[in-house]
Design a protein around this ligand. Structure first.
Ligand code: SF4
Length: 143
């Protein structure tokens, strides 16, 4: 039986990004992963209750998730992260391939909260929660 791999739904090809598009992995990589793993796509932001397309959100210095229009979406992000963790526990998922630079999924860099395209070191809300629960995370640049 293949090991399960949680994968950001946008990397899997689902149109769940804030702009209504996807971030599908190159086909060669996707095929290799499919052979090795049982891929389980999931989008924490959609599962948390946010619409697609949606106004982009960034993590603020105080930890809140605010969109570019000033709306506080912290609850939806946290709910999505909890649902992701629950899925991992239920399906015994120990490793996740998550999209970099996302306020939910990133395991390396996030935008600095000023909507000026400036990246800083940091984890997205979901990535942070999964890490705290010993789930290994890699992003699409680390495959
Ligand atoms: S929350 Fe994660 S899965 Fe959903 S669109 Fe953003 S990066 Fe992709």
């Amino acid at each position: 039986m293949k090991q399960k791999l949680l994968i950001s739904a946008c990397l899997y090809g689902e149109n769940v990004r804030y702009d209504g598009k996807n971030s599908l992995l190159p086909s060669e990589i996707f095929q290799k992963l499919s052979k090795k793993y049982d891929l389980i796509p999931f989008c924490p932001e959609v599962e948390g209750g946010l619409e697609t397309p949606r106004v982009p959100n960034e993590i603020q210095k105080d930890g809140r998730l605010i969109d570019r229009d000033g709306v506080d979406n912290s609850d939806a992000f946290e709910f999505g992260a909890i649902k992701t963790l629950q899925l991992c526990i239920k399906k015994n998922i120990k490793i996740a391939l998550l999209k970099s630079q996302s306020p939910s999924c990133s395991n390396n860099f996030i935008y600095d909260g000023t909507f000026s395209k400036k990246l800083i070191k940091g984890d997205g809300v979901t990535a942070k929660l999964l890490k705290l629960n010993s789930i290994k995370i890699i992003n699409e640049t680390e495959i």
